[in-house]
Ligand binder design. Structure first.
Ligand code: F6P
Length: 318
């Protein structure tokens, strides 16, 4: 039986690699694939285009998504959802693969549970905050992109003997902040998962300063504090000159790392196989190289990460 699959994406590194795997696996199994342009907005508007092996050539190394993406306000309404379902029916899609983070996968879960549509998710977000998912697509590239920026900031921090406060993305999750801080050899990190004491940080800076230590880098997770507020407080309490850098969206772009390309290939392949095998309302994950479909309901619940051991190591080595 020929099947018609739809695929839509959010944006982050590794998504194009996953898309290539979805299309090539599906066409190899005699299924047709339709790319939905601009996510749920494109689904509502019926913006679909057929994808074949050639349309996904030369994209494995590209960041972002060739399908484009959008945050859809309309899909949050009942009217928007019904229009999306009408479009799915009009285009005779009998399965959908959704590649994205919490918002995208919440929409996928809704299509499966409220409207009875067959859906499989692929976890992709730089925040790496999805429940039960060890490694989301895009997170490894984001850590490496932020680390590259941090290494450059360190050149100035060292040369000019300054304190830098660097804010990284991640929403309510400190994954990106913790990994970047540890890999970047930073002096401290402020995380949503842990309390922090600015007085203590400043006392450490002053004590270090008295012994000749002149440059510091403190990473701040956006979900916990703002770099500007932390920097202002440090200058006020220590009298030392402080600069900030907010890395922003550069963390979501860039050439995917080998880890993200390989993860994308595996997840894309496994998502199609799961869909064709009749799985529904699941998210594809990898655990010890094993492909595991997890109910979307569990994946869209934020995960609780514990960073104390890594934080202790950072403090020990700083
Ligand atoms: O969820 C990914 C993410 O990049 C977060 O880290 C960040 O808080 C948010 O998206 C930014 O959203 P937008 O691109 O809509 O500004």
């Amino acid at each position: 039986m020929t099947r018609r699959l739809g695929v839509m994406t959010r944006d982050c590194a590794g998504i194009n690699a996953a898309l290539r795997a979805v299309v090539r696996t599906a066409t190899g199994r005699q299924a047709e694939v339709y790319g939905i342009i601009r996510g749920y907005d494109g689904l509502i508007d019926g913006e679909l285009r057929p994808l074949d092996r050639r349309t996904v050539s030369g994209i494995i190394n590209l960041g972002g998504t060739i399908l484009k993406s959008a945050r859809s306000e309309r899909f949050l309404t009942e009217e928007g959802q019904l229009q999306a379902v009408r479009m799915i029916e009009n285009h005779k899609l009998d399965g959908l693969i959704v590649i994205g983070g919490n918002g995208s996968l919440t929409g996928a879960h809704l299509l499966a549970t409220k409207y009875g549509f067959q859906v499989i998710g692929i976890p992709a977000t730089i925040d790496n905050d999805l429940g039960q998912v060890d490694q989301c697509l895009g997170a490894d590239t984001a850590v490496n992109v932020a680390l590259d920026a941090l290494d450059k900031i360190r050149d100035t921090a060292t040369s000019l003997e300054r304190i830098f406060v660097v804010e990284v993305m991640g929403r309510e999750c400190g994954y990106l902040a913790m990994k970047v801080a540890l890999a970047g050899g930073c002096e401290d990190v402020i995380l949503p998962e842990q309390d922090f004491d600015l007085n203590e940080i400043c006392q450490e800076i002053q004590a270090g300063n008295a012994q000749g230590k002149v440059s510091w880098i403190v990473i701040v997770a956006e979900g916990k504090a703002r770099a500007q507020d932390v920097a202002t407080a440090i200058t006020l309490l220590t009298g030392l000159e402080t600069r900030i850098a907010v890395l922003g969206h550069i963390q979501r772009g860039g050439r995917p790392t080998a880890i993200d390309r390989i993860l994308g290939a595996k997840l894309g392949w496994a998502a199609v196989e799961a869909l064709l095998a009749g799985e529904n309302d699941k998210c594809i994950t990898l655990k010890n190289e094993e492909i595991i479909p997890i109910p979307l309901e569990m994946v869209i619940k934020p995960k609780k990460l514990v960073f104390e051991p890594e934080y202790r190591l950072l403090k020990l080595l700083s």
